[in-house]
Write a protein that binds this ligand. Structure first.
Ligand code: IPE
Ligand code: IPE
Ligand code: MG
Length: 242
């Protein structure tokens, strides 16, 4: 995809960037605000990042928005996150269309409240003809559950006689993951300085370049995204070779 005139020029643009958007609660705490204010502010970071990714020429952007483990947070916080998500999905359709962004989602989508699931479906449909950036939201996502569901799906195919166990290799298995339509991420960004994967894309991140920034997600803006891509540009991806 062409590099947008507004974005810096990069020699080597990652095709797929995945982001663990972390630090909303700490951002709010630092300001003596309730955690939800951090989540609210984080929506602005999502907007800026989607624009930056599109303008850079990234093809796929996966955002970890809500994990299966996040259901264990206090009900009031979960309810607020779901409300913010629904609002985002409803209010952002025009903006996504304006920027030619196609929305997709991965995770246990059936776990979402019906109203959120309905809005998600609507926004996916309303943006399905866009040909620019593909924005993938990970919602009620768990990397281990994704792998288990893929195993179950492979077993069903075997039982139906559609595949022979001897044929199962990485390519065949990958076709049973939520991410079957997307390439593996080239670059993973995590904000707020935490050095862990938190159950995100465990299979897909095998050879992904990692970039951890101390910046809290609500403060993350276009220059932070460009900094991560700059860092990616200078990496030497060896895949075990020399
Ligand atoms: C990320 O920010 C948003 C979600 C996980 C939904 P956090 O809410 O995890 O913020 P911290 O990590 O507590 O600061
Ligand atoms: C990871 O952040 C999940 C999302 C960003 C949606 P968490 O804040 O839930 O991760 P931990 O608990 O610090 O590992
Ligand atoms: Mg966190």
């Amino acid at each position: 995809m062409p590099n947008h005139p507004k974005a810096p020029k990069f020699k080597n643009v990652p095709r797929h960037v995945a982001i663990i958007m972390d630090g909303n609660g700490r951002w709010a705490k630092q300001r003596g605000l309730p955690r939800i204010e951090g989540h609210r502010k984080g929506v602005e970071s999502v907007r800026a990042t989607v624009e930056a990714a599109g303008e850079t020429g990234v093809e796929f952007l996966t955002l970890y928005a809500f994990s299966v483990e996040n259901w264990n947070r206090p009900k009031a916080e979960v309810d607020t996150l779901m409300r913010l998500l629904q609002q985002f999905l409803r209010d952002e359709i025009a903006e996504l269309n304006k920027h030619n962004v196609r929305l997709q989602a991965i995770g246990r989508l059936a776990d979402l409240p019906a109203s959120v699931g309905g809005q998600l479906h609507e926004t996916i449909l309303a943006t399905s003809r866009n040909t620019g950036l593909t924005l993938i939201l990970a919602l009620s996502y768990s990397g281990r559950i994704e792998i288990i569901e893929a195993v179950q799906s492979v077993i069903r195919e075997i039982q139906l006689g559609h595949i022979d166990p001897a044929q199962i290799d990485e390519t065949v298995f990958s076709r049973h993951l939520y991410t079957r339509y997307y390439p593996d991420p080239d670059l993973l960004i995590r904000t707020s300085g935490e050095m862990r994967l938190s159950n995100f894309l465990l299979w897909q991140l095998s050879y992904t370049e990692l970039f951890v920034t101390p910046t809290l997600w609500p403060d993350f803006r276009k220059p932070d995204f460009y900094e991560a891509v700059r860092s990616y540009e200078s990496r030497n991806r060896r895949y075990g070779r020399i």
